[in-house]
Write a protein that binds this ligand. Structure first.
Ligand SMILES: [Zn+2]
Length: 263
């Protein structure tokens, strides 16, 4: 289907057109507000046309604009994992679950702080990122997802479903359209491949779970993977790279430390 990409500072958000209006997949950093407004305008879409926001997970670069957007149009329903509710209310990226940087090579790059890092990694982490976002309180109209859910079943006029894809975070979910287009948030990524990320995002809280989510996406018929970080790619890449990052190669760091190193 036609998917409009809204390119923000470090993430992509997506707009899906329905008969009733648009579904927005993810928001962006709080600091991206002006950029977000501009992208929406360039797409010729008004806030009043947004019907739902599907949040792939609670992180600051995905949930940062929730409050501002629903203030523009309070009728928007926010759809999220049931696990996201509490995390969103805290206004901070979940640090309670262990987090691994993908592999030693990435860590080496992080530690060296060479110009290449400045040029490439910094692109992914804005200067004043503090892993916090304005806390969001779930409203009565919002929709909490507990398991696989057809979009039609929650009032979205699109053929597709929401499936749970944890591993990056406990609340990660993906939107799988029946034509195979799949919006995964950070359940896969197309970034820093020179550093050996192999289509994983750099921070993963549970690598086994992360790959199980890939298997779920493949089995469910995903064809084109549209990540929040990096360009869309074919599901064949997930098949070819399944399990290629090993747990023993992961460096466990708290997210705060990782972010410090990236600064
Ligand atoms: Zn994330």
């Amino acid at each position: 289907m036609d998917i409009i990409t809204l390119k923000l500072s470090v993430t992509h958000c997506f707009l899906l057109k329905t008969k009733e209006g648009y579904v927005l997949i993810d928001t962006g950093y709080e600091a991206d507000w002006e950029l977000f407004r501009r992208r929406l305008q360039e797409a010729g879409v008004e806030f009043s046309q947004l019907r739902q926001i599907i949040l792939t997970h609670h992180h600051d670069d995905h949930a940062g604009l929730l409050n501002l957007i629903v203030k523009e149009n309070p009728r928007i329903q926010v759809v999220m994992s049931r696990c996201a509710k509490e995390l969103l209310a805290r206004g901070e990226n979940d640090a309670a679950h262990p987090k691994g940087v993908i592999n030693r090579r990435v860590r080496l790059l992080l530690t060296l702080k060479r110009f290449i890092i400045m040029l490439t990694l910094k692109k992914y982490v804005p200067k004043n990122r503090n892993l916090k976002f304005p806390p969001y309180e779930v409203r009565p109209n919002d929709i909490l997802i507990s398991g696989e859910t057809r979009l039609e079943a929650i009032g979205i006029g699109l053929k597709g479903r929401i499936i749970k894809t944890p591993g990056h975070t406990i609340d990660s979910l993906s939107v799988l359209l029946d034509d195979g287009d799949t919006l995964v948030g950070d359940a896969a990524a197309n970034m820093l491949r020179f550093a050996g990320t192999k289509y994983c995002v750099i921070g993963v809280s549970d690598l086994d779970e992360y790959y199980r989510s890939w298997q779920r996406l493949i089995a469910a018929g995903a064809k084109r993977i549209m990540p929040a970080h990096g360009k869309p790619f074919s599901v064949d890449k997930l098949i070819a790279n399944m399990g290629r990052n090993k747990k023993q190669n992961m460096v466990m760091v708290s997210q705060g430390r990782l972010e410090k190193q990236l600064r």
